[in-house]
Design a protein around this ligand. Structure first.
Ligand code: ADP
Ligand code: MG
Length: 695
């Protein structure tokens, strides 16, 4: 298939396929289920399943799976073949409605954070009919949500779907007050995915990349990103071939991969899809990450999704572009053309401002992980302090509302401010301030603190819920208003006065901002344990339980899983360091030292006066440094052996004791690298990795 439009969605059981393949009545009933979340009758499910199976078999599928997103951050699948034996000893291909809508699987090996007692190992997967089924690797994949026997969410998707429903309810309620009769509102997301590509041959020689996804050692190469010659640079043919195949694979699955370019660091790239409904965007992003790995491997490369694979060069993030759209096609974060559209825009904008200020800790928590800690606040990614960028124009509009002044748009037109006519907002002032974690970019918000390897589900669950909460508070006030416009004006003004502190249009990488933010009372949660120590605060528990996103038990389980993940990640890194230093670095350095020593001895055997300056000085330095590395190794082993306790306490120990010990060991090893012969150094260097794709 060379035609892109034919290729696009060719492996998706899409709306068009359903319309074509399902009896009219079945199709209409299924549409109702999809649009309004109605229960799907088993007879209908049987018809749908049968059509799906026939379609999948025609496309070469032999198996089906319920595809879900447990709390591991990656997706899970258990393949079952369609075959079903007949009495004559033959097989027929079968797939029932029951198998389509519900699956039962052993959940005991997925993280549950204590939610699922082991005697209750069963978990259920239930079809998310709003996300289309698709074929991947000859397998029909049914996107599903994953719950425990008791109905607790065991995955990333269930809370996301709950938060979308919640947002929908509150947004529709608020829009009614503006005389709108929209029947649904969906949040939309376009995640920009950053990644690195290196040659497989260098990857295979780095146990740290293999075990932990990042390099634990490596000195800065002579050339890094300082020449800024990679960003948007010409794409090398090998990478281009990879991108072309990746695009095609994405398109087959209906993922609208749109923009591919080189990023800031050498070997770093980005893919951005066209935005779509949030739960579908989440499914698509998981698939995109999986495809990146697979396609890279086919091209003899390795795709690194880790947030900070190389120290000293930029890490990778995933900008989460977020907005909300009505079923009538109105983007609620698009400044409108008329004053009333603008009033509506301003109220949604204010809901986001208030949400980000009220719940900045939750937003910070939603991007917290051991790997993202290495990136946030490193003057390449937004700081761990959550603030909002609105741009000068929007900020001065809000200021003028706050102060009750007239607002004059720079050179453009006179803005009318007043109770009846809220100002018209100029359209073309999107932001190019890249240092803000949460930026308004013309018709959407871009949350930039998310890490490259993370699922987008958690972040969007939080975003949807916190904004829904503010919409709810606004409706509670506005519904009771005698004079709607006056109350609306007051509400907007009040929000700006009370929550203006979250708006910061300056340089987020600047040290002065850290102090300024502290003065404003904005939290600065630098690490994952710091962030998670706030997760179970009453305010957050109240929010999630009142919106029925998470029960307390579900929150507690997520808290435990996140901390356990943090601890395990750092523990694996520390163990990997120990192994590499013991088995590779120190033995290699010792061989080099032996070489130097025998070179000195043989030179001296010719003449006592023979100069051995290089050999002697290098040997002395190597010897001293390898001793230091050895003691740091012993120290790390000791620190690790003392790791005790659980949950937050243990996570804090890893943060305060283990990570510093790892850093000290790394520093000595990186020094050794500077003076050890390349012939002896056992690991590919940063230069060899970052410039491994040569053509
Ligand atoms: P940038 O200038 O940051 O590179 P673009 O304008 O190309 O960004 O958009 C980046 C991402 O934002 C794309 O994935 C795009 O589809 C997405 N996006 C655009 N509009 C919306 C929207 N209304 N809701 C969610 N995402 C959106
Ligand atoms: Mg962007």
């Amino acid at each position: 298939m060379s035609n892109t439009s034919e290729l696009f969605g060719s492996m998706v059981f899409s709306n068009a396929v359903m319309r074509e393949r399902l009896p009219k009545e079945t199709y209409q009933t299924l549409q109702k289920t999809i649009k309004h979340g109605k229960h799907l009758d088993i007879n209908i499910a049987n018809v749908v399943a049968n059509a799906m199976k026939d379609w999948a078999i025609e496309k070469g599928a032999t198996h089906f799976t319920h595809w879900f997103q447990p709390m591991t951050g990656v997706t899970a699948e258990k393949h079952e073949s369609f075959i079903s034996p007949t009495e004559e000893g033959r097989v027929i291909m079968e797939f029932s409605g029951k198998e389509l809508v519900k699956g039962e699987s052993d959940a005991s090996s997925f993280p549950s954070g204590g939610l699922r007692a082991t005697f209750e190992a069963r978990g259920y997967t239930a079809w998310d009919a709003t996300s289309y089924a698709f074929i991947k690797d000859k397998t029909l994949c049914i996107p599903t949500a994953f719950c425990s026997y008791g109905g607790h969410a065991l995955d990333e998707k269930t809370p996301l779907l709950r938060s979308m429903e919640d947002f929908n309810r509150e947004a529709v309620r608020l829009l009614k007050l503006f005389g709108s009769n929209v029947s649904s509102v969906k949040t939309t997301v376009g995640p920009e995915q950053e990644y690195f590509l290196i040659d497989k041959s260098v990857y295979e020689k780095r146990p740290d990349l293999i075990y932990t996804g990042r390099t634990l050692f490596g000195k800065k190469p002579p050339k890094g990103q300082e020449l800024e010659d990679h960003y948007y640079g010409t794409i090398k043919p090998r990478v281009k071939a990879f991108m072309e195949e990746l695009d095609e694979e994405c398109w087959k699955l209906g993922i609208s991969a749109k923009t591919e370019h080189n990023e800031v660091a050498p070997a770093q790239h980005e893919l951005a899809p066209i935005y779509t409904t949030t739960n579908i965007a989440a499914d698509h992003n998981q698939l995109t990450m999986e495809l990146m790995k697979k396609v890279a491997s086919k091209h003899g490369m390795f795709c690194i999704l880790h947030e900070k694979p190389f120290e000293g060069v930029n890490g990778s993030g995933k900008h989460n572009n977020w907005s909300a759209i009505t079923d009538t096609g109105i983007n609620l974060l698009e400044p409108g053309d008329t004053p009333s559209e603008n009033a509506q825009f301003l109220v949604f904008l204010c809901a986001v401002i208030k949400a980000v200020d009220d719940y900045s800790e939750l937003l910070r928590i939603s991007v917290a992980s051991a790997s993202n800690d290495l990136r946030l606040g490193a003057s390449e990614a937004p700081p761990a302090i959550i603030s909002m960028f609105l741009g000068d124009e929007l900020t001065s509009i809000l200021e003028s509302i706050k102060n009750g002044n007239e607002y004059a748009v720079h050179e453009k037109e006179q803005m009318k401010i007043g109770v009846h006519t809220l100002p018209r907002i100029p359209k073309d002032n999107t932001d190019r301030n890249r240092t803000s974690p949460f930026a308004f970019t013309g018709n959407k918000f871009e949350f930039r603190a998310l890490g490259s390897s993370a699922s987008i589900s958690e972040v969007n669950t939080v975003l949807n819920t916190i904004v829904a909460e503010e919409l709810k508070q606004f409706s509670d006030v506005l519904e009771k208003a005698d004079n709607f416009e006056k109350e609306l004006h007051n509400l907007i003004r009040k929000t700006i006065i009370e929550h203006g502190r979250i708006i910061f249009n300056g340089n987020g990488y600047d040290d002065a901002w850290v102090q300024e933010a502290e003065k404003r009372g904005l939290p600065n949660l630098k690490t994952t344990p710091d962030a998670y120590s706030k997760f179970l605060d009453q305010k957050n528990v109240d929010l999630f339980s009142s919106h029925k996103i998470f029960s307390y038990a579900e929150m507690k389980s997520r808290y435990e899983i996140a901390l356990e993940n943090y601890i395990k990640t750092i523990n694996i890194e520390a163990e990997t360091m120990i192994e590499i230093v013991k088995k590779q670095i120190l033995p290699s350095v010792s061989s080099f030292e032996e070489d130097l020593a025998s070179a000195i001895a043989s030179k001296k055997s010719i003449s006592e006066n023979m100069s051995c300056k290089f050999e002697e000085e290098t040997l002395a330095f190597e010897s001293k440094t390898s001793d230091k590395a050895y003691s740091e190794l012993k120290n790390l082993e000791k620190v690790l052996s003392k790791a005790k306790g659980e949950s937050l306490e243990l996570a804090m120990y890893y943060k305060d004791q283990v990570i510093p010990a790892m850093k000290k060991l790394r520093s000595e090893v990186d020094t050794l690298e500077t003076c050890t012969s390349a012939e002896y150094w056992p690991l590919p260097t940063y230069g060899e990795m970052l410039f491994s794709i040569k053509y």
